[in-house]
Design a binder for this molecule. Sequence first.
Ligand code: 4AZ
Length: 245
Amino acid sequence: IIGGDETQSWQYQYTVSLQGMDSSLCGGSLIAPDMVLTAAHCQGISNTAVIGRHNLNSNDGESIPIKRETLHAEFNATIMDSDLMLVLLERPIALDVPLVKVNSDKNRPRVGESVTVMGWGDTALDDSIFNDSDALMSVDINVISNRDCDNSRGIVYSEEYSYNGQVTENMMCATDEGQDSCQGDSGGPLVIQGISGDGTDDILVGVVSWGLGCGLSDFPGVYTRVSQFYDWIKDEVCNQSSNPP
Ligand code: 4AZ
């Protein structure tokens, strides 16, 4: 997370760290007691889901082996379309961690709406440094229209880049000056915060997917638009979870 702040340990407990070899490789969201929603491009790199751990150096929360990964059938790794995957855990979480509600409303989030993204990924604006965070970080950013996002263009290291044609209806974009998700945050939640402030009424609207660099003002972060996949998520959770919400 670029330009963000350390979260409070009770704020976003549905945020999952997907780990392999003892390091956090992707984020995810707990949507059923034994199911995590993440990005398809996180497939095959993790073997464990860690839930309820604010600081990765601690032993807080629960570590549960991954039983099965289900990619969205239309995932296209070249253009990152339908970048979504469900992860079934070996057992439901025993801890009392609030699940996050999956957005089904195609009219949300609205353009201009404030959304929050969290993760343990890169915090360094400088491309050459990779600086993961031990503590869960978050940042508030604003939703922009897909048309504006698709029109994104600019010069990076004296080369011209453009998103032109790459932003599909299955994606959404959100940005703010110097504030962004980044490498290592992939698969993690983008939410509309509820009024309680403790995460119990947050709504999951996006999944961290891709972007050109991180925190570059010309290039917004791009997220999988969760509402497009609500029916698929609901069907898979009902079929696979031993304890669907
Ligand atoms: C990545 O490499 C990545 N700025 C994730 C998010 C963003 C860019 C890259 C968005 O996983």
